[in-house]
Design a protein around this ligand. Sequence first.
Ligand code: DNO
Length: 344
Amino acid sequence: MKLSFRWFGNDDLVTLENIRQIPNMNGIVSAIYSIPVGEVWPVEQIKEMKQKIENNGLNLGVIESVPVHEDIKLGNSNRDQWIENYKQTILNLSECGIQTICYNFMPVFDWTRTTLHHLNSDGSTSLALSTEELKKLDPLDESLSLPGWDESYDKDKLKDILKQYSTVDEEKLWENLTYFLEAIIPVAEKAQVNMAIHPDDPPYSIFGLPRIIKDKESYARLFQLSSSSANGITFCTGSLGANPYNNLYEMLDEYLSLGKVHFMHVRNILLHKDKSFEETAHVSNYGSIDMVRILSLLKKHQYTGYLRPDHGRMIFKESGRPGYGLYDRALGASYLNGIWETLS
Ligand code: DNO
C-alpha cells in the first residue's frame, strides 16, 4: 500500500509543502482543473504538474479524475469525438508515467451531500447526507452549489442536460458505459494505464437520474464488460458503505483477488437506519466501517497500489474546501499508518 493525498493544484489552500510532512506520504492524487471537460490534456501541462510535485519530494501517483463528457454518458451522436479525446488524454498521461486514472460515470452530478457543515458533538463539522433533505433538494435552485458538482453549467444548460437524461434509464447508461469502455480499455491496456471507476456517491439514484456503479451486481456486470485488468475500480469505503446492503469486506476481498482494485479511498461514515449518514473521523469506532478489517484485506492481498485518506472533518478551526482540509485528513493518514504498521 502506498499512501497518497488529494491535492487540488496551485489554488489549493493545502500546499505540497504541508502534505510532504505527513508521515509516509508518498503520492499525490490530482488533476488539471483548468482544462474544460472533454478536451485533451496536453503533455506539457501534465509534465509541469508532475515536476512541481516531484520538486516537493512527492510523486504524481494517480489522476483523479479525467472527467467523462456528458455526451458520452448520454450516448449522444457526437460522443466519438469526446472518446477520441479521452483516448489521447490516456496516451498523454501514460507518456508522463501515469499508471492509474480514476473516473466516474455518474450522470451530471458527482458526489452529493445535503450539508457541508454538519456540526458534530466535539465542535468539528463534516459532510452529511439526510435522505429526507435530499428529497427536497432542487438541483435547479439558483442558490444551491455543491462542491462535487461541475460549476461550469449555468442553470439553463443544466435544465437542458437533465431533460436529455429523461430518456436515459439504467439500462441505457450501461449501454453507454459499455460503448465507452470498449473504446478506451484497449488503449489503456496497451498504454499500461489502469482505469479505476469510482462508485456512485451516494450509491443510488438521485434527482431521478440513473446510477449504476453501486453494489455487487454492478461490479459483476462491469467486470464482464472487459476482463482486462485495465478495466478496474477505485474502491471507496465511504461511498459503497452508504448502502447498508453492501458487504464491504466481502466485496473488497473478492475484487482484490480478481486484481481489479487499482486505487483505494478510505473514509468512515456513520450510517443511520434511513440511509442518512454523517462523515466521521476515520477511526473505526466513530462510524460504521471497520478500518482494521479493510486494511487487513489489503495486507492479505499484498495490495501495492495507492490509498488515500478520503474526506476529513473540519477541525482546529480550519476553513477551506469541504472534506478536503489538511488536518483531519492528516490525522486519518496517521491512523491508517498505525493500523498498517501493526499488521506488518
Ligand atoms: C469526492 C471524490 C469524487 C471522485 C470522483 C471520481 O470526494 O471521491 O469526486 O473524485 O467521483 O471521478
